[in-house]
Each structure stands twice: as C-alpha cells, then as structure tokens.
Design a protein around this ligand. Structure first.
Ligand code: CA
Length: 367
C-alpha cells in the first residue's frame, strides 16, 4: 500500500508541477545538443498485451508514470497495447526495425528466431519466480543474454513477472500422456515445443485472440497466466477444467526490449531513471499478481471451475522431453550451451536451497 501511495503521489505532484512546461512535447531532436537538464525525450512503447490486463500491461503504465515523475516530465514513455502499433507477437521486430524505441513483451514469443531467447522468460521445469529473477539479475543470467539480444540490436531489462502460472484451461480431462495426443492447444515458447513432442498440435496466439479460438473449437485447450488474468479473458466460460502446475512457466519474467540506438542516445541521467523505474514496475507487477490471484481463484471455483492437477505421468513425460530438447538446442549453438550450463547449475543449487525451509513450510501450511 505504501509503495502504491508513493507512486501515485509522486506522479500526481510532477504532473501538476510541469504541465505548463511540457506543453507540446516534441521528442528528442538531437542536433544542437542541449544541456542534459534541457533535454526532452519521448519514447513509444509497444506492448504484447491488451490494455484490459491491468496487471501485465499495467507494468508499462507504471514504467511511464515513474519515468515521467522522476525526470520532472522531461522523459516520457507512451505505452501502446498489442495491435495499436504492431500485433502482440511482433514487438521484438518493431524494436529491431526502430518502429518503436521500446517493447514490453515475453522473450519466448520469439524462440523461432533464436531458441536461447527463452531463458529470459522461462523454461519448462525451470526456475521459480524468485529464482528466475535471482539468476537474471544477480546470477549472471542478464550478462549471458546480452549477446543474444545484441543480434537484434536490443538492450534488455527486467519488466516483472507473473509468478508460477497455471497449466491452463481444458475442455476435457487429462489423465495420461495419451490424452495430450491430438490436443489442439495454445501454448507458446518451449512449453509449446514440449507439448508438440508429446503429440499436441500447438498454436501461438496473442492474449486477445485466444478466447474466440477456444469458443469456436479451433483449439481444445489454452494456457495463459493465472486466475486474475484468465478470469478477465473469460476462459472459464468455455472450458471447465483448470489445470496446474504450469510446468512450462514456473516463474516467468517479462522483458523490456530497448532499441540499442535509442538506449545509446539516452542521456546518462535518463538511463539511471529508466533503470530505477523499470525496477519499480517489475516489483509492482509481481505484487499485484500475488494480491489479486487468490480472490480470483476463489471466484472461479465458486462459479463451477474444477481444479485438476496434471498426473505425475504427464509431468514425468514432459520433463524428459524438456531436458532432451535443451541438450539438442545446446548441441546446435555454443551460446545456448553456455547459457544452459549456467542456468542448470543455478537451478540445481536453488532447488536444493528452496527445497529446505521454503518447501517444508509450504508443504505443511499451503493446504
Ligand atoms: Ca503462460
């Protein structure tokens, strides 16, 4: 609560104080190289997410509010939801082509361009939310991802996370690996690759396109995020069974992808502001999910949604395929191999640590 009050207060104060000075805006024209204190920068942000998802799309609004507040209105970011500038799954392309200066997206939407991009979001049977952020921000992950992004002319920053995701919405029960065969499912990233190996027919659809596909039967199942967002998208109206865990996304993180040129042209003061604002937006996103999901799950269950756990046989088959896939990808690309080695070492040690006191407490209390 205190954080939110502070953010709102700071943004309102700055808006009141600088409204007259900002006037027509105009953006960074460069050229005459004004002193840093006089510089004005306006970035356009393309998000992969619809405006209605205040949790995930709201992260880019928090970023914009914070950047504006901290710079006294001299640095502004204007967020656009999926589809307004580019479709939700073309955000990386838009940044690469300098159509926008920044994108808010999930790197695993683009594993077709480079499989290693998945490490910046989540891998099946990978890291929990806290472990993923720890690996990226303090465990060497971000440094390992930098050369991958360099190929696209992108500088990457943490944009927040959702926490462990649900396994999604199924019209029929899944009781064995055989039930996955022939299933038409919306599931992106490596989770999609693994589902495909288990015999599913996999589709990648942006958030706003999923409900109509599920409703008309173009797909039999979909995953998205978790109770709060899924309820907003209405999946419970057309699918009865809500599965967990989302083994392909045990703790996914989102990414801000900034065009390298835009980043290099940004005054140092604004770079520092951007980094701080990005951190605030990341924390706020996870906090909102953790605050909003519990009540949403209660509502869904009250409305007739039936929770199901994936059977152990499905998890075991999926884990085998996942680990095999990582080794195959590593054998084709030395950069992927290097990232995988760091990630696996971190995963092994983190699981051992979180398997002690966190796990014991959860096993006893979370019932
Ligand atoms: Ca998901």
């Amino acid at each position: 609560m205190k954080r939110r009050d502070f953010i709102k207060g700071a943004a309102a104060g700055v808006a009141a104080g600088t409204a007259a000075a900002c006037g027509g805006g105009g953006g960074d024209k460069g050229g005459s190289a004004p002193a840093a204190s006089k510089r004005r920068v306006i970035w356009r942000l393309a998000s992969s997410f619809p405006r209605g998802l205040d949790t995930i799309y709201g992260g880019s609004e928090t970023l914009a509010e914070q950047v504006e507040a901290m710079s006294g209105g001299r640095f502004k970011i204007r967020p656009y939801p999926a589809g307004e500038i580019v479709p939700g799954l073309q955000v990386l392309d838009a940044v690469q082509q300098q159509t926008v200066q920044i994108g808010q997206t999930a790197s695993y939407y683009y594993t077709g361009k480079n499989p290693a991009l998945a490490f910046d979001t989540s891998l099946p049977f990978g890291l929990s939310a806290r472990q993923q952020v720890a690996w990226l921000e303090e465990g060497g992950g971000a440094e390992l991802m930098a050369p991958v992004y360099e190929e696209f002319g992108v500088v990457r920053f943490l944009a927040g996370g959702t926490g462990a995701q649900m396994g999604g919405w199924f019209k029929k029960e899944i009781n064995s690996p055989e039930d996955v065969q022939g299933l038409k499912m919306r599931i992106p990233g490596l989770g999609g690759d693994v589902m495909s190996r288990l015999g599913a027919t996999v589709q990648v659809l942006a958030g706003g396109d999923i409900y109509p596909a599920l409703e008309r039967g173009a797909i039999d199942a979909t995953e998205w995020i978790g109770p709060y967002d899924d309820e907003k998208l209405g999946f419970h109206k057309v699918a009865k069974y809500y599965y967990y865990p989302g083994w392909w996304e045990p703790g996914p993180t989102l990414s801000y992808m900034v065009g390298k040129k835009a980043w290099e042209q940004l005054p140092d003061e604004f770079k520092a502001i951007f980094k701080a604002a990005a951190q605030v937006s990341a924390i706020k996103m996870q906090t909102r999910y953790d605050a909003l999901n519990p009540a949403a799950l209660t509502r869904l269950k009250a409305g007739g949604t039936e929770l199901r756990a994936f059977p152990e046989s499905v998890l075991t088959a999926a884990k085998q395929q996942s680990e095999a896939l990582y080794e195959e990808n590593a054998s084709k690309d030395p950069t992927y191999k290097k990232i995988l080695e760091s990630w696996k070492k971190f995963r092994s040690e983190s699981f051992a640590w979180f398997g002690t006191t966190e796990q014991a407490y959860a096993a006893f209390s979370f019932k």
